[in-house]
Design a protein around this ligand. Structure first.
Ligand code: NAD
Ligand code: MG
Length: 395
């Protein structure tokens, strides 16, 4: 029998591309979920005929139920409906939800014994050992979809982890590469959404502009590959052709390359350890001609330094939660671009003061409490107008 696939977040940028790959590989689809886009989910259900579907939004789920009433697909709603889809027992669950909302469904899928193809980096950043220990306990595979982590995973094949000296994560630098802190003061959402190489959802596109995406990826790499944060270097590589690299004990460096197209890492997570033809352009090195590499600018983009600090202080949930809400406040016009970083840094400062002794081993409830604390802290700072926000817009 063919391996079945569930996609959480199927209407988003990764979800839509994952369905293209599912079609290409003729994978049967077990379940599809999304936030509120009933029209696109209906199209996907008609094309892929999953057994289950769910929408987070209750009204949208009712509309979807009506739209697909002629089909056997069972439509569910809310976070519970999404969790049920995640736990439906597909061979692989590809998680392309955005944000910490992906954590609980990931745990449901692991507990149901499904392999996880993980695009939702916030799951690992916030969930940490909750996720990695569940993966070990259930004996399932955790396969990276994020292009950098897929590159490292590919460069590690057949090698011993103990001979790894350094991981090198590449970063495009986003739309504001080369700008000083002063020049970043007045950048707009429209400017932040103009990513040079990738067409992605709004949250990750803003994360790429602030470099929080790379900070999150650094923490994701710590968790996925079980290496210390200080053995991971970040290098700006404008062309996004070298997706990341591994340096070994003998100073040999293995890189994975390809055109910037997420379909390659999505497909590798679904066919691993095999490779299949993929509907993307082949890489022409001569067309690129020059590949460039630069050090990140910590003054203009402190997000990577803050990620290292969050690892050291066991505060990656705070880092993620504060960034998620600050990113959203920026996207809804309530704070300025530089406020995002400032708010995350303030949340880390406050958490350090308040958290006291380190706790070993978090529960899912602990993670949700820390996440809520970080969000509430950011919202309270914005309400108290310590930053350049428009208070009246806050709901
Ligand atoms: P997106 O915003 O385009 O899509 C998100 C999907 O999740 C949509 O289907 C949406 O309906 C659903 N969703 C949103 N909030 C939800 C919630 N609270 N509960 C349930 N479903 C919800 O995002 P994207 O760009 O596809 O990114 C998805 C994830 O993959 C993110 O974690 C991102 O960091 C990661 N990622 C994306 C890319 C990329 O190229 N887009 C690359 C690497 C990693
Ligand atoms: Mg990435």
């Amino acid at each position: 029998m063919k391996k079945s696939l569930t996609i959480l977040g199927s209407t988003g940028s990764i979800g839509v591309q994952a369905l293209e790959i599912a079609k290409q590989l003729a994978l049967p689809v077990c379940a599809l979920t999304a936030g509120s886009n009933a029209a696109l989910l209906e199209e996907q259900i008609r094309a892929f005929r999953p057994e289950f579907a769910a929408l987070l939004d209750e009204k949208a789920a009712q509309e979807l139920s009506r739209r697909v009433g002629d089909l056997p697909t069972q439509v569910m709603c809310g976070a519970d409906g999404i969790a049920q889809c995640a736990a439906a027992g597909a061979h692989t669950v590809l998680n392309a939800i955005v944000g910490i909302a992906g954590l609980a469904p990931t745990l449901c899928a692991i507990n149901a014994g499904s392999d996880i193809a993980l695009a939702n980096k916030e799951t690992l950043v916030a969930g940490g050992s909750l996720v990695t220990s569940a993966v070990l306990e259930k004996g399932v595979r955790l396969l990276p979809v994020d292009s950098e982590h897929s590159a490292i995973f590919q460069a590690l094949q057949g090698e011993e982890l103990k001979s790894v000296k350094r991981l090198i994560l590449t970063a495009s630098g986003g739309p504001f590469f080369g700008k000083s802190r002063e020049e970043l003061k007045d950048v707009t959402l429209a400017d932040a959404l103009k990513h040079p190489n990738w067409d992605m959802g709004a949250k990750i596109t803003v994360d790429s502009a602030t470099m929080f995406n790379k900070g999150l990826e650094l923490i994701e790499a710590v968790r996925l590959f079980d290496v210390p944060a200080d053995s991971i270097e970040v290098v700006i590589h404008r062309q996004s052709v070298v997706h990341s690299l591994v340096e070994y004990a003998d100073n040999s460096v293995i890189a994975q390359m390809g055109v910037p197209d997420m379909k390659i890492p999505i497909q590798y997570a679904l066919t691993y350890p095999k490779r299949r033809p993929c509907p993307v352009e082949p890489l022409s090195l001569t067309k690129y001609g020059t590949l460039t590499f630069h050090e990140p600018d910590d003054d203009a983009f402190p997000a990577i330094r803050l990620a290292r600090r969050a690892c050291a202080e066991d505060a990656t949930v705070v880092y993620n939660g504060a960034n998620e809400i600050a990113n959203e406040l920026f996207r809804t016009g309530k704070i300025g671009f530089l406020d995002i970083t400032s708010l995350v840094e303030q949340a880390l400062d406050e958490w350090k003061l308040k958290s006291g002794k380190r706790k070993v081993g978090y529960t899912l409830e602990d993670v949700h409490n820390m996440d809520k604390w970080a969000r509430d802290f950011v919202l309270s700072k914005v309400r108290n107008s310590t930053i350049t926000c428009v208070y009246s817009l806050l709901t």
